[in-house]
Every structure is written in C-alpha cells, then in structure tokens.
Design a protein around this ligand. Sequence first.
Ligand SMILES: NC(=O)c1ccc[n+]([C@@H]2O[C@H](COP(=O)([O-])OP(=O)(O)OC[C@H]3O[C@@H](n4cnc5c(N)ncnc54)[C@H](O)[C@@H]3O)[C@@H](O)[C@H]2O)c1
Length: 360
Amino acid sequence: MGVFATSADSSDTGHEQVVFCQDKQSGLRAIIGIYSTALGPALGGTRFYPYATEDEALADVLDLSRGMAYKNALAGLDLGGGKAVIWGDPEQIKTEPLLRAYGRFVESLAGCYYTACDVGTYVADMDVIARETRYVTGRSVEHGGAGDSSILTAWGVFQGMRAAAEHVWGSPTLAGRRVGVAGLGKVGKYLTGHLIDDGASVVATDVNERALDWARRTYPQVDLVADADALVGADLDVYAPCALGGALSDDTVPALRARIVAGAANNQLAHPGIEKLLADRGVLYAPDYVVNAGGVIQVADEIEGFNFERAKLRATRIFDTTREILRLADAEGVPPAVAADRLAERRMAEVGRLRTIHLR
Ligand SMILES: NC(=O)c1ccc[n+]([C@@H]2O[C@H](COP(=O)([O-])OP(=O)(O)OC[C@H]3O[C@@H](n4cnc5c(N)ncnc54)[C@H](O)[C@@H]3O)[C@@H](O)[C@H]2O)c1
C-alpha cells in the first residue's frame, strides 16, 4: 500500500512543495522537492543513495532542487527546479516494482515535476519509470530519449570557458592557453577534444587507470600529472574541475595558479565564501551551474521530442549567458557566482510574474 504526504515548506526554505512517498511492499522511500514552478514544471533528476537518515535525504533534496531552479532559469529553459531522492542502497533495493511505484508518485503530481537521471539512476531506470509516468526524461534512444548528456555538457563547458577567456584575455578562444582538466570521465574526455581542436594544450589527471590509458591512446600530446593537487599547483591558464564536487576549497584556492576556473563538476565551491576568496586572488570563476547546464538542456529538449541540433544551439548560448554574468559581476562589483544567482532570481521573478496575467 502506498502512503503519500505533501507539505508546503515555503516558510523555511522557499520550496513550493515537498512530497514524501512510501510504498512498503517494494521498499520505496522517496522525497520529491519542488523548489519553483515559476518558469514551468520543475525538472531535476532522481538521486538514489543510501542516506544515513531521512533528515539527511531531506536536506539533500531541498538543496539540490533549489540548485536546479537556478540552473534551469539561467539555461533559458521554460522549466522550474525540482529534484527527487530515493533513500536506500540502489545495489540492494533497486527493483522494477520499486521504480514503477516511484513512477506512479511522479505521475500523481500531474506534470508539476519531471524526473531524469542522477547519481544512482540510469537511462535504463528512466525507461522503467516511464512505464508508469509521462513525466520522465533522460530515456534511452530506442524510447525516444536523447542518450548521453555528457556530449552537450562538455560543449557547454567549452562555451563558458571561451566566454571567460574573452573576459580575461580579450579573445574568445583557448588557443595557446594551458588548460588543466581534473577528471577524464564522460565530460572531461569530450572537453579535452574541444580544447585540443581549439589549439589549447591540455594537462590532465584522473584516478582511474583506464581513463589515463584513453588519454595516452587518443591524445598523446596531453600531459598527465599524478593527481588533482599536482594539477592545481601546475602552471595553468585555466583549471577545469570535471570530477567531484568541492574542488575549490580553503586548501586548493591558495595553491591555484590559473586565472580562470571553468569546469563541469557540480558544487565546485566547498563552502559559501570560496567565491570571494577566488575573486580576491584574481581568479575568475565561471559558476559551475551556469557552464555545466548542457546536460539539462539536452534532457529538457527531449520533452519536446529530441532534436540534437536544437539542443546544441541552446547549449552554445551558454557562451552568451556566461559573458552576461561576467559583465554583471563587474558592473555590480560582486563575484560571478553572486551575479549568476541574481540573474537567475531576476528571470524567475520577472518571467514567473507573467503567470498572474490570467488567460481565460
Ligand atoms: N555527465 C553530465 O551530463 C553532467 C552534467 C552536469 C554536471 N556533471 C558533473 O560533471 C562531473 C563529471 O561528470 P561525468 O559524467 O564526466 O562523470 P564520470 O564519472 O564519467 O567522470 C568523472 C571522472 O573523474 C575521475 N575522478 C574521480 N575522482 C577523481 C580525483 N580525485 N581526481 C581526478 N579524477 C577523479 C573519475 O575516475 C572519472 O573518470 C561530475 O561532477 C558531474 O556531476 C555531469
């Protein structure tokens, strides 16, 4: 039997709605956080993770869903921000009944929330969830899905980096620059290709030997260094964190020699205040959620019926958005991360307000 509860939580966190979902027989315990539908239905992936407590799961979904609202707003999408977490170890409890039970809860929100992949959920899971709900994206190509989102994520990061290069050096190219890529995974690999095509030299690192082998085989001109610390301390023009969150911390920022940071990793700032530390050291930080929006742009396009060229065009506009944020940051005398938040909030307020012009 399913148990379903919703609560408006706006007094504390600004969220429109938080939905707790439980289905005892399949073991499903999930929380869907809808931060904002000001711009349209909330879009954000489902994280399947063995949280220690329900409070931890709740804190994560509140944080992630808010972040999606800002990311989707600056990506120019007609979509609000939401996210879901399924609480449990996917290795142990992920089954067809559990995913389908979750799909029915998503369906019950009648299109206020669209789900997609995140940590612990994959394209194949979205196909299962889609057997119960229309409100799912990030499906397999054979089911009309868009496939690998890292292609446009890397393209968008490259565009954001070009805009940062223009801001610092006057020309929107990485030609002749030395770029450090931390993490040669799905995104880092494509990004390395774009950088080399543009005439940059790349220094990289990864903890995975297979990723390093790929680099040796595909781009023998890439310099490989021992670890992320060695990369941070290297003589770089640009540092591109493309592995895990928290790459910019009280330890790494003082060691950083690059003029620009622009990379794919989510949540690069280890804590609030790091953006100021970067600015004080003269490092231009292109906010992660702005430059890595190519992936969400891709899955959002799937809602319309996926068209790669249309999605790529939209991801290319990350160049213009980054440029605008950097201009605003200078004009208002704030770090780019603050300018990005202001721009996102402005779009949510100004475009969201139009919903009060009622159409009868
Ligand atoms: N794939 C997307 O569409 C997408 C979209 C938006 C944001 N992101 C973010 O970008 C980052 C990379 O995503 P991905 O899809 O390429 O992931 P991935 O798992 O394919 O690649 C991550 C790579 O980083 C390496 N790595 C892990 N720890 C490391 C360390 N300490 N030092 C060096 N390398 C390390 C891994 O071995 C792996 O090769 C993640 O933070 C992800 O959340 C990805």
